[in-house]
Design a protein around this ligand. Structure first.
Ligand code: GRF
Length: 203
């Protein structure tokens, strides 16, 4: 199972998945990493890990259609089976969404459908959870469609909100849960225990 990552920032989820592939905990291969941000931690990690990596953005391709095509071509050139959005701050284009329908996963740092949608990213999510006085939050892995945070939910992991939590302390705890959830869900997909329409495990 070949994994293609799109990441905009630090790439800690991506790194956790790469580490799991290297340790054998996850039976998959990180095939390619694409970032819209030339300075991203994700691209630095890709260089360190010697995984093929590309900066593809509005700076490299001025038309959205050409950028979409370049992203799709890159994923296909590396024979990617599953596309992982690991903190990717851009929307995917129609061609990529169509070709990889049912095989693109995103992770969101809350229990969707709560605290999702436009503007709900990064620390804002955790601020909103605390402002709403929620007792629990968590991580959600879902299939990606053309709208933000609305595709079919594959799995969720709950995280308790503790008295005295700050947005940052909550973010740190949720991020740990994200890493564990992503590795385990991908392994379940690799083993055919979880079926997503865009990928058929060859177990
Ligand atoms: C994570 O919180 C994820 O849920 C969200 O973006 C963040 C990415 O973090 N989509 P990282 O780059 O994997 O550290």
């Amino acid at each position: 199972m070949k994994l293609g990552f799109l990441a905009s920032h630090g790439g800690s989820n991506m790194q956790a998945i790469i580490d799991a592939c290297k340790s054998g905990e996850l039976n998959a291969t990180p095939a390619v990493i694409i970032s819209n941000n030339a300075e991203s931690g994700a691209l630095a990690k890709a260089r360190y890990e010697a995984i093929p990596h590309y900066h593809l953005s509005g700076k490299t391709h001025s038309s959205p259609e050409q950028l979409d095509q370049a992203i799709l071509d890159t994923l296909l050139a590396h024979q990617v089976d599953i596309v992982i959005l690991a903190g990717y701050m851009k929307k995917l284009g129609e061609q990529t969404l169509n070709r990889y329908a049912g095989a693109i996963l995103n992770i969101h740092p809350a229990l969707l459908p709560k605290f999702g949608g436009q503007g709900m990213y990064g620390i804002h999510v955790h601020e909103a959870v605390l402002a709403a006085d929620e007792h629990e939050t968590g991580a959600t892995i879902h299939l990606v469609t053309e709208e933000y945070d609305t595709g079919a939910i594959i799995a969720q992991e709950k995280v308790r909100v503790i008295h005295g939590d700050t947005p940052k302390s909550l973010q740190d705890r949720v991020l740990k849960a994200e890493h564990a959830l992503f590795k385990s869900i991908l392994q379940n997909i690799a083993e055919g225990k979880i079926c997503i329409s865009g990928y058929k495990a060859d177990y």
